[in-house]
Every structure is written in structure tokens, then in C-alpha cells.
Design a protein around this ligand. Structure first.
Ligand code: G3H
Ligand code: ZN
Length: 287
């Protein structure tokens, strides 16, 4: 299987982005993989610390390894939003292809110091693993929101090009996740904030490494297309998947009040998630 570094380089060269989708159950994993396989596109499967606690770090690695052999597309596994070196170690040892050290909420100097510690560890044990750093706080939860999370970087507080230069230089990360108007989660009653496309361009140039857009759910197609053109190489989607999963479960329970077989009830959730992922993948890949 071609490695993730090459997949990202290829995405940059073609001005497309790789889709990163989160899972915490088997139905969602199967739905994402079937969409990727239908479109013949590489895919990154992400699990946050909470999602990993539920699925199991080694179980997630084993599942992805097994599905790699069954699906005809490259599938990569990412330890999403990781807040400690111990959890980074656990994922690297389990065989994950990529890890994220998330120090976005910390003061810059502390973020740099802890991210560098994680980078040094990864380089010393499995240098092929991609490590991403986070610069600019964009909220923490993939949920339906009614307000912008407290402390989220908007306007002048978004990631500054000079900080991106320093962060990448001093930590040595492979990829950078900036705050460019993106927010984790999606909004219920207020419009989704717009992405700052000019900032993406200047941060990409200043950082010198590929950029990752977190908080993709709810973003307009127009903003996605412009952001990818401006320098985004991976896009993270989670809340849209969770909403699709829930709607599928609710419909299945409503329509089959006596059904008790999980695999029968989960079919509608799987189909809903498949549709969301396929639509996002088409957009990210200009299909
Ligand atoms: O790391 C996960 C993503 O950034 C998900 O963000 O829930 O807004 O799609 P989202
Ligand atoms: Zn994220």
C-alpha cells in the first residue's frame, strides 16, 4: 500500500484533499469504507481519545488492518486529538499511521514544547508515522452547537502566519491544523462561520507543511472548494456522520418497532453515513 505521506503529497499536487472521517462503531467504519471503495479513493479513519477509549486502540488497529485486505483502496488510521504523550505512545505502538498532538488550548510556548516532545518520540520509534500539531483553538466537541464555543479563535485570534512558521520550525511536525474560521461541531440555529481563505493561503506558505482542516461539518461546498485550492490537504468530518447515524437509527426504530436484531436496525444508519461520506469525498476530490 502506498504510504500516507505520498497520498498527501499527491493530494497537494492535484489540489484535492483526502477525507478524514471519525468512527466509534463498526457500522460507521463499514459505511465510510464502502463509500471510499465505491469512489476508489484513499481514506483516513480517525478516532479521538474518547472514540479510542470506546473502540479500543488495538481493536481499531486490527479492524483497519483487516479491512485493508478486503477493500481495494488505501485505508489509514489516525489517532485524532491526543492530549498526552502516553496516549500518543499507545497509538504508535498499536500501529496507527498518523497521530495528532493537540496542544491548541495551551499557551504557545507550552504547545510547542509538548508537541516537540511528541514529535521526537515518534521519530525515534516509527519515523514513518505522520505527526500533526494544532495551532489555534477551535472547540473540542463534534456535536450540534447553539453558540461558538468559549475561547474559540475567530477574527484576529485565528492562527497567525508568523506563529505557524515558528511552530513548525520548532516542533518539526509533518502537518499543521490551523484555526482559519473552522469550528468543531455544526450549528443549529446560527449560520456556519465562513472560512478565511486568504489566511489559509498565507498560513500554508508560512508553515511550509501541508494543512489539515478540522471541524469540517457544516462547511459550505463553496468554502471547501476554495480552502482546498488555497492549501488544505486533509479535511476532517465527524459531526455530520454522527447526525446521519442518529437519524438512521431513529428511522429504523420508528419503522420497525418489534425488530431487535442490531445488524438489521443498523442498516439505515450505515446507508445514511455512506451517503454523507460519498458526497464529501466527491467534493474533496472534484469528482
Ligand atoms: O477531528 C475531528 C474533526 O475536526 C471533526 O470536526 O465534527 O466539525 O466535523 P466536525
Ligand atoms: Zn478535529
Amino acid at each position: 500500500m502506498i504510504n500516507l505521506r505520498e497520498i498527501i503529497r499527491d493530494a497537494e499536487n492535484h489540489k484535492v484533499a483526502v477525507g478524514h472521517f471519525n468512527i466509534s462503531d463498526l457500522a460507521t467504519l463499514k459505511a465510510i469504507l464502502s463509500a471510499a471503495s465505491e469512489l476508489n479513493l484513499p481514506i483516513v479513519i480517525g478516532l479521538s481519545e474518547g472514540e479510542r477509549d470506546f473502540v479500543g486502540v488495538r481493536t481499531a488497529a486490527a479492524l483497519v488492518k483487516s479491512y485493508r485486505e478486503q477493500y481495494n483502496v488505501p485505508i489509514y488510521l489516525n489517532a485524532d486529538h491526543t492530549y498526552s504523550l502516553d496516549k500518543i505512545k499507545e497509538a504508535v505502538e498499536a500501529g496507527f499511521d498518523a497521530v495528532i498532538f493537540d496542544g491548541a488550548k495551551l499557551p504557545l510556548d507550552e504547545n510547542i514544547a509538548l508537541t516537540k516532545e511528541a514529535v521526537d518520540y515518534v521519530r525515534s520509534v516509527r519515523p514513518e508515522v505522520i505527526i500533526e500539531g494544532e495551532l489555534g483553538y477551535i472547540g473540542t466537541s463534534s456535536e450540534v452547537l447553539s453558540a461558538v464555543p468559549m475561547g474559540a479563535a475567530m477574527g484576529e485570534n485565528m492562527t497567525k502566519p508568523e506563529e505557524a512558521t515558528r511552530f513548525v520550525k520548532e516542533t518539526g511536525v509533518d502537518m499543521l491544523a490551523p484555526a482559519v474560521g473552522n469550528i468543531h461541531g455544526m450549528f443549529k440555529n446560527i449560520p456556519e462561520p465562513r472560512l478565511d481563505i486568504e489566511r489559509i493561503k498565507t498560513v500554508r506558505t508560512a508553515a511550509g507543511v501541508p494543512l489539515v482542516l478540522h471541524g469540517g461539518s457544516g462547511t459550505s461546498d463553496e468554502d471547501f472548494v476554495a480552502a482546498i485550492e488555497a492549501g488544505i490537504s486533509i479535511v476532517h468530518i465527524n459531526t455530520e456522520i454522527r447526525v446521519a447515524w442518529r437519524k438512521g437509527i431513529e428511522a429504523a426504530l420508528r419503522e420497525n418497532p418489534d425488530e431487535v436484531a442490531p445488524y438489521k436496525l443498523l442498516g439505515a444508519a450505515l446507508q445514511n453515513v455512506h451517503n454523507v461520506v460519498a458526497a464529501r469525498l466527491r467534493l474533496f476530490s472534484r469528482l
